[in-house]
Write a protein that binds this ligand. Structure first.
Ligand SMILES: C[S@@+](CC[C@H](N)C(=O)[O-])C[C@H]1O[C@@H](n2cnc3c(N)ncnc32)[C@H](O)[C@@H]1O
Ligand code: SF4
Length: 355
């Protein structure tokens, strides 16, 4: 059976084009957007102010495109990791993180990732596929806690700037008045920073930007993150200096603090030097150990000393609370386990041979 095309994730201009093609009245585009993004329906049948004939016409080639999570893991601290199936035997993760007055959802932009950062489980998967805007939006639309959400971070699997067309489309639907009408101030996109894409992202949307830095010195960063060799932090910081992050839009840097690798105050000093004059803040992150990688997280005393050095030298820094440690918080863990389980079911003999 031919699969139908999802309506979810379509910006208003695409819905306008669609209704025109199907011979529906122009105002039906706004009606569709309202059913999809405001009333959040799960089927075309629920769109009762469209005529029966138009609903039937739509149903011939289209569907809303929602799909509920296929698995979940709950942490003792309230964090829930959801697994969504995105076709072709692929899965992505979204993590719901409730806090006192906030409820954040961390969403994915790709299945796997090409960037191969040394410390990242998603990187170990290699690249499998780009998510469509529908699949990005569905992680929010089909979340059981959807109506409690206050913030969205694109910090799950994948590199958003490597799937920029679909990511920008999803952000347009999320922030558009016709769409979910989320304030861009409640959405943060995290990226390693790609030469192709960073400028476009900054210029085409207003969401907050978080850059995964992890080292202030190109040689060290290249060892942790191969992407440094094609777009150096020195060039990246120069580019960022051209934009104003002093008002509504926030620029932050992420820095996993690895024991004996990047945790001495020499590196803190280099960070202050690199980022001098930029309106930004630094998030220090605890490393979630992943199997087969010879890196270790630093201890809390060292992290506190690192944070205090940065803050006292004019670079405001915080230590990010680590959540969901008991449910494989490092992104990519659950989807990797699911993928392996699926491979075993499909090819039991082949896997046994390899073992
Ligand atoms: C998984 S990435 C996805 C977004 C984007 N690709 C990036 O790297 O910024 C989100 C954040 O998780 C961090 N991260 C990856 N693996 C980690 C690990 N094992 N422990 C802690 N943080 C990790 C990344 O460095 C990045 O700051
Ligand atoms: S940290 Fe981000 S860019 Fe690096 S491999 Fe993981 S998902 Fe990709």
């Amino acid at each position: 059976m031919m699969s139908k095309y999802p309506l979810l994730g379509m910006p208003l201009v695409e819905l306008q084009k669609l209704v025109k093609e199907l011979g529906m009245p122009g105002f039906a585009a706004k009606q569709l957007a309202s059913w999809l993004y405001e009333k959040k329906v799960n089927s075309i049948d629920e769109m009762t102010n469209l005529s029966l004939r138009h609903r039937e016409l739509l149903k011939q080639g289209y569907e809303v495109g929602v799909s509920a999570p296929v698995d979940e893991m709950r942490s003792v601290d309230g964090t829930v990791k959801y697994l969504y199936s995105v076709g072709d035997g692929h899965f992505v993760e979204a993590v719901y993180i409730p806090d006192e007055e906030r409820a954040t959802l961390c969403i994915s932009s790709q299945v796997g990732c090409k960037m191969n950062c040394k410390f990242c489980m998603t990187g170990k998967q290699g690249f499998k596929a780009n998510l469509t805007a529908a699949q990005i939006i569905n992680q929010i639309h089909s979340l059981p806690e959807r109506d409690k959400l206050t913030n969205i971070v694109m910090m799950g699997m994948g590199e958003p700037l490597d799937n920029l067309d679909e990511v920008l489309k999803a952000l347009h639907v999320l922030t558009g008045d016709y769409g979910y009408a989320w304030s861009p101030k409640r959405i943060t996109v995290s990226s390693v920073g790609l030469r192709r894409g960073l400028k476009r992202f900054i210029e085409e949307c207003d969401c907050h930007l978080a850059i995964s830095l992890h080292a202030p010195i190109p040689l060290l960063r290249a060892d942790l993150m191969p992407v440094e060799r094609s777009f150096s932090i020195v060039e990246m910081v120069d580019l960022l200096r051209n934009y104003d992050f002093s008002k509504q839009r926030r620029l932050s840097f992420e820095y996993i603090v690895f024991k004996g690798v990047n945790d001495s105050l020499v590196y803190a000093k280099e960070l202050v030097k690199l980022l001098r004059g930029l309106d930004c803040r630094m998030n220090l992150i605890r490393y979630h150990a992943i199997p087969g990688v010879n890196l270790e997280g630093t201890d809390m005393d060292t992290m506190v000393a690192f944070r205090d050095y940065l803050t006292s030298h004019g670079l405001f820094a915080t230590i990010r609370a680590s959540r969901g440690e008991d449910i494989f918080a490092a992104c990519g863990m659950l989807s990797t386990a699911k993928q392996e389980e699926q491979n075993r079911e499909e090819n039991p003999a082949e896997i046994e041979d390899k073992e």
